[in-house]
Design a binder for this molecule. Structure first.
Ligand code: GDP
Ligand code: IMO
Ligand code: MG
Length: 420
């Protein structure tokens, strides 16, 4: 069997949680492969709403195995809080989640370093979610991180103490003397709960064994334009959010990858700093934010909003080799008279169809204008119900990317999904 990989193709918050939840009945296993509590994946069904940060979005379907892979950075406090919230809502988690020994731990001092580094950057800050993601991945790459498997060994306390000491020295050097005592007590308590509550395993063996007979869906976090290699560096997250990240983040071979499911909104949003060529700092942006309820699922921050950017989308499709697309939130543009789509850029007076290396060059999008459909599509459940203007828009996106749009999402609920 193959691993299908579901990823965001823009700057995150494309609707990955919803799509993974919709697709889960077709899969036996759902596995997160990168990111951590910076992610906020929203699912809505039966009048209920859930936001997941670390736990895979397959958790609501019975019989699904959920894996938190080695590429994820885990905050035990957030993880146990998610478990508590799910359990309180009547969603069972016991025995349904496998946790990789090789996933790295986010420590309270990682969060303190994240905050200190952002504060030190001043106006050039990344706009991080301040969940300690960058510092935890830094320690991983520097080969001094703490891993989930370490909590199973008696040397854990000493390893923790030593890592904390190094972080504290660094924080003092930065001029931000640490004060993590309160958080540390909860963190240590959560580590112990995590150790008891989760099946902590060599997930690369487990997933490859499961692959012999089971369908696996890999769930990405963030989006391709936030990828540490291919996003608008340094305004990115600290992991590989692209399809290739599923191989390193789960221990599956590239040849095991099947469908690459690229998820994108019918427009664009971005949270935090960094270039956003099609951003609309005007009434259009306000309308998208209001209609799309574009406020961060993790931080509550207002998301920046703008037109669909096909330069960025084609780039993301290319990097990950998307084989099918899922278009989300088309309903948000129901009232628009006209819809713009960036098909190219003008940079220093020259036309280009490429996303630039530089993050500080003025980029002028070249737009193609489409007529809006000006009616509600929220109740549509099949393609034949959709207005021709929307179908024209979808067709153009397919032509531009060379990839079929398989699903059109017309509302946040699980049911509000059109399969083509
Ligand atoms: P993720 O991080 O990619 O899982 O996306 P988020 O959950 O952060 O943000 C997506 C938001 O859009 C959530 O509030 C979803 O409930 C909502 N959503 C998803 N699909 C649709 C859709 O088709 N229409 C509308 N109006 N909202 C949607
Ligand atoms: P999901 O999985 C949108 C953004 C932050 C910031 C940058 C770096 O819900 O799509 P970090 O906390 O990783 O150091 O932040 O990346 N960012 C996201 N934006 N959705 C996310 O996740 C994001 N995770 C990180 O806003 O600009
Ligand atoms: Mg999100």
């Amino acid at each position: 069997m193959k691993v299908d990989v579901a990823i965001g193709l823009q700057w995150g918050d494309e609707g990955k949680g919803k799509i993974v939840d919709v697709l889960t009945p077709k899969y036996d296993v759902v596995a997160r492969f990168q990111g951590g509590p910076n992610a906020g994946h929203t699912l809505k069904f039966d009048g209920k709403k859930f936001v997941l940060h670390t736990i895979p979005s397959g958790i609501f379907r019975s019989g699904t195995v959920n894996i938190i892979g080695n590429g994820v950075v885990v905050c035990p406090i957030t993880l146990m809080r998610e478990v508590d919230e799910l359990n309180a809502a009547g969603v069972a988690t016991a025995g349904k989640i496998l946790l990789s020994k090789k996933a790295h731990l986010i420590m309270p001092t990682h969060r303190a370093i994240d905050a200190a580094q952002e504060a030190a950057k001043g106006a050039s800050k990344i706009g991080s979610t301040l969940k300690g993601i960058g510092p935890a991945y830094t320690d991983k790459i520097s080969r001094c991180g703490l891993r989930v498997g370490d909590v199973l060994h008696s040397s854990f306390a000493e390893k923790y103490r030593s890592a904390k000491q190094q972080h504290c020295t660094y924080l003092r050097q930065l001029g931000f003397p640490p004060n993590v005592d309160e958080e540390e007590a909860l963190w240590l308590q959560s580590v112990e709960r995590m150790r008891q509550a989760f099946t902590i395993i060599d997930s690369e063996y487990e997933i490859n064994a499961l692959l012999k007979t089971k369908n696996v869906l890999a769930e990405g976090a963030q989006g391709s334009m936030l990828d540490v290699d291919f996003g608008s560096y340094p305004f990115v997250t600290s992991s590989n959010t692209i399809c290739a990240g599923a191989c390193t983040g789960l221990g599956v071979a590239p040849g095991s990858v099947g469908e690459v499911i690229g998820i994108f909104k019918a427009y664009c949003t971005r949270v935090g700093s960094g270039p956003f060529p099609t951003e609309q700092l005007n009434e259009t942006g306000e309308l998208l934010r209001r209609q799309g309820d574009e406020f961060g699922a993790t931080t509550g921050r207002a998301r920046r909003c703008g037109w669909l950017d096909l330069v960025a989308l084609r780039y993301s499709v290319m990097i990950s080799g998307a084989t099918q697309l899922m278009m989300m939130k088309a309903d948000v543009m129901d009232s628009f008279e006209a819809i713009n789509v960036a098909v190219g850029y003008k940079i220093n007076g020259l036309d280009t169809d490429r996303y630039p290396y530089e993050v500080d060059v003025p980029v002028e999008p070249v737009y193609k204008k489409f007529s809006g459909w000006k009616k509600s599509i929220a109740a549509c459940r099949s393609e034949k119900d959709l207005p021709q203007e929307l179908l024209d828009y979808v067709k153009f996106i397919e032509q531009q990317t060379g990839v079929p749009v398989k699903y059109i999402s017309v509302g946040p609920d699980r049911e509000a999904t059109i399969v083509r």
